[in-house]
Ligand binder design. Structure first.
Ligand code: TYD
Length: 133
């Protein structure tokens, strides 16, 4: 499985750092939704789903967490701890999030609105879908 990471240019000066994400320039899809996960309690694991049709870019803009991607053949753990870097998650990929630091803010940009019917929340259903392809 090829992991697609996007490195953002950091615009910094003596005051600090700034990253700009602009549709059509440094993100490969049109952004319809932005959400962020924060204040995650100790030991919590999130996600445990795939999507039929959704592109997402995931950035730990503060703190860190582990983002697990599983394409049905291979499972990779990506440690996200860099506000200058985003992980692109697209295709039918099972994802899990764990090991959140107390201060983790995980920003997610998505190319579509929230739609529960796009979710695959059952791992066996996900595997069947992958194997049927
Ligand atoms: P959930 O899918 O459980 O989050 P995660 O996959 O990160 O563990 O979502 C938590 C709740 O928030 C659930 O009730 C659905 C809702 N939700 C929205 O309303 N809009 C959204 O964009 C997202 C991602 C979730």
């Amino acid at each position: 499985m090829i992991l697609n990471k996007i490195k953002f240019k950091t615009l910094g000066d003596e005051r600090g750092s700034l990253v700009a994400i602009e549709q059509g320039y440094n993100i490969p899809f049109d952004i319809k939704r932005v959400y962020y996960i924060f204040d995650t309690k100790k030991g919590v694991e999130r996600g445990f789903h795939a999507h039929h049709n959704l592109q997402q870019l995931v950035i730990a803009i503060n703190g860190s967490c582990d983002f697990i991607v599983d394409d049905g053949r291979e499972r990779k753990i990506v440690h996200l701890d860099n506000p200058n870097e985003g992980l692109l998650v697209n295709g039918i990929v099972w994802r899990e999030m764990k090991s959140f630091s107390d201060d983790c803010v995980l920003l997610v940009l998505a190319d579509d609105y929230y739609n529960e019917s796009d979710y695959i929340r059952d791992y066996n259903e996900f595997k069947e879908l992958i194997n049927g392809k």
